[in-house]
Design a binder for this molecule. Structure first.
Ligand code: ZN
Length: 276
């Protein structure tokens, strides 16, 4: 059975790490891909410019605004293709934000006025452009839910994993000082004249094999990276919490698996004799 052991949870830094135990690379990668590619978040998709006398073209400003992370409320909004309006656009699948500024000075993301207080820029101090005296920027933007597989602006964060390092020191290593010096992550230390693994730093090991290569005699250190445990790291861009990203990713895996089973259980369509 798959087990999870929490390593670190930092809400302020929007980071989470955990060990996924007793699984395989296929599942670990499915979880990663589901999290970065399938979990929907809000981002601005369409912009109607009313006035733009800034130094930047409409397209550049539109691109910059599209990449501004917006806090996402998954309970109140649907993906356009799953909405009752069939993607035409309604209050359940999109929302408007407006911007109206007159120079001079820097235009910040905080000046985007949202019609829903739950959806607003995560980082208010994100600069959009600079205006000179008298220059104007006025626009209306439409934000929708989307998936990271369609555009990076809908990717909720960084999700990656590595194999759990298991280091076995078999024989007496003849050059422990060199091994300690070569390891970039300070995984080793000397205790009672013996080379041992520093347990506090073990998880920092990124399986570079420097210790295996430098240690004399050969084979004294064995680095096992083929076990069934994986260390996962989640860093949110701010639209959703790390927990929401993983919860939603797992829900999507479950839903698609159920759909798959349903399709398999269907009776095969009988072909007419003429089609055979
Ligand atoms: Zn709709």
């Amino acid at each position: 059975m798959i087990k999870i052991e929490l390593l670190e949870k930092d809400k302020k830094q929007k980071k989470l790490s955990f060990v996924l135990k007793n699984t395989n690379a296929a599942f670990a990668n499915t979880l990663r891909r589901s999290a970065i590619g399938e979990v929907p978040i809000m981002a601005i998709e369409d912009i109607e410019f009313r006035n733009n006398s800034s130094a930047l073209y409409d397209e550049i400003i539109a691109h910059r605004i599209g990449l501004i992370p917006l806090t996402t409320d998954l309970k109140s909004y649907n993906l356009p293709d799953k909405c009752k309006c069939n993607g035409k656009g309604c209050a359940q699948c999109q929302l408007k934000l407006t911007l109206k500024v007159r120079g001079q000075g820097t235009v910040y993301a905080s000046e985007l006025k949202s019609t829903d207080p739950k959806v607003k820029p995560v980082y208010p101090k994100t600069p959009i452009t600079k205006l000179l005296k008298g220059q104007k920027l006025e626009l209306e933007a439409t934000a929708i839910l989307g998936r990271g597989k369609d555009h990076a602006k809908w990717c909720p964060g960084l999700v990656y994993y590595k194999n759990m390092p298991v280091i076995n020191i078999n024989k007496q290593c003849k050059n422990p000082e060199l091994v300690i010096e070569q390891c970039p992550q300070n995984v080793f230390e000397i205790k009672n004249n013996n080379l041992v693994v520093n347990k506090d730093n073990l998880l920092k090991c990124h399986l570079c094999n420097a210790c295996v290569d430098i240690c004399e005699p050969k084979g004294a250190i064995i680095l096992d990276n083929t076990n069934k445990d994986f260390i996962f790291y989640v860093e949110s861009w701010g639209q959703l919490s790390c927990k929401e990203i993983i919860d939603e990713a797992l829900k999507i895996i479950k839903d698609t698996s159920n759909e798959f089973i349903k399709e398999i259980k269907k009776k095969p369509v009988k072909k007419k004799a003429s089609e055979k």
